[in-house]
Design a protein around this ligand. Structure first.
Ligand SMILES: Nc1ncnc2c1ncn2[C@@H]1O[C@H](COP(=O)(O)OP(=O)(O)OP(=O)(O)O)[C@@H](O)[C@H]1O
Length: 353
């Protein structure tokens, strides 16, 4: 390891290297770097702390002193149409056109993946008619506490805060709610929860693209959305409707997650494309969106979700967890660099509660 100061050429080498690891441009790395020839501070505007170890060893391999390079992630709030909730920088809806494609499983794993990548994360289960987040977080019998009988303290699950209608009312009660009641309940939960400072609040939306979903998308100060789909035509057609719905209410869609992309036999490694091939990629290309990840149909994803220990927390170093981590970084990166609100509104801030 050399003790020489960083010269311009070395800095450029470092920017190039980091750019390659994080798949951003050299200029984007340079833009978040401050410092002098003795010490560099690089603050990435997206969640990527899991990649720091790779960056550090690559810098060491170049013969430079990585201890003089400070890496961190600082996520900024993005523009929203509605007043932002002050403690929450960005609210991301996880939506699907079709039911049962793995939206909730993906939302929960993505929430933990974002946390592993260094972000402060909360999850709001807005799937009023079928809240499955409490089961997936392993605390279906928990209840949020209140100190003033007006506001709820969200539940804390391994560092992620969470609230769900599933914690608040018996599971059958919400199934008979009409649209206005459901969207009022969602607004109440979001506004009456004492959310701590969060970089991201992940909102697990109800499946579908009807009036209820449209109203919800308009009533929550969403920053952006992602759409989960399986690769089969019938799901893609609904996913397309979901994208159109967000376009209609001017909520940027950050990308698509293709779930249940294939099944790979554990014994022989053969891949079966159970729900067709590459439908998510085709949809992404057609809609000019990013394909954030392709996740297989895998028994461990299902088992861990049922056990209330999402795969990414149960097996953080598994190949599948790496896919979720990559997807989380991609989402965060898309939001940092490519999110565009079509109108040019500023971010109004309302006082908390
Ligand atoms: N990649 C996957 N591999 C295996 N099983 C999965 C995968 N993704 C989801 N599942 C399983 O599929 C079922 C449906 O998943 P999930 O509840 O997440 O879907 P959803 O789209 O949120 O459903 P809903 O329409 O009811 O809201 C669950 O049993 C879940 O464990």
């Amino acid at each position: 390891m050399s003790n020489t100061l960083f010269n311009q050429q070395q800095k450029q080498q470092i920017f190039q290297l980091i750019g390659q690891i994080l798949t951003i441009s050299e200029q984007q790395v340079a833009a978040c770097c401050e410092g002098n020839s003795e010490e560099l501070t690089i603050r990435f505007p997206f969640a990527c702390t899991k990649e720091f170890a790779v960056i550090v060893s690559a810098i060491d391999e170049l013969g430079m002193d990585s201890t003089r390079i400070k890496l961190s992630c600082e996520i900024a709030p993005k523009k929203t149409k509605l007043n932002r909730i002050p403690s929450i920088k960005n609210i991301i809806a996880v939506a699907s056109g079709k039911g049962g494609v793995g939206k909730s499983t993906t939302a929960v794993n993505m929430a933990f993946a974002l946390q592993s990548q260094g972000a402060k994360v909360g999850i709001l289960d807005a799937d009023i008619y079928g809240p499955s987040v409490p089961i997936m977080l392993g605390n279906p019998d928990a209840r949020p506490q209140s100190e003033d009988n007006k506001h709820m303290i969200p539940l804390n699950c391994q560092g992620i805060v969470a609230n769900s209608v599933g914690y608040l009312i018996p599971s059958d009660d919400a199934t008979v709610w009409r649209g206005p009641m459901a969207s009022k309940a969602l607004q109440q939960i979001i506004n009456e929860t004492l959310w701590p400072d969060l970089d991201y609040l992940i909102v697990d939306m109800p499946p579908g693209t009807g009036d209820i979903q449209l109203t919800m998308a308009q009533q929550v100060p969403l920053t952006a959305a992602i759409v989960v789909t399986t690769p089969q035509d019938i799901a893609l057609a609904d996913a397309k409707k979901g994208i159109a719905m967000f376009n209609k209410v001017n909520i940027p869609v950050l990308g698509i997650i293709e779930n249940m992309s294939y099944y790979q036999c554990r014994k022989c490694g053969h891949k079966e494309f159970v729900f067709a091939t590459d439908g998510g990629q085709k949809l992404a290309t057609e809609q000019s969106l990013a394909l954030l990840a392709q996740l297989p149909l895998d028994i461990q994803i299902r088992e861990h979700a049922d056990e209330g220990r999402p795969l990414i927390t149960a097996e953080p170093d598994s190949t599948l967890s790496v896919v979720y981590l990559q997807a989380a970084m991609n989402l965060s990166k898309q939001l940092a660099y490519n999110q565009t609100l079509k109108n040019d509104e500023s971010i109004p801030i309302v006082e908390k509660h």
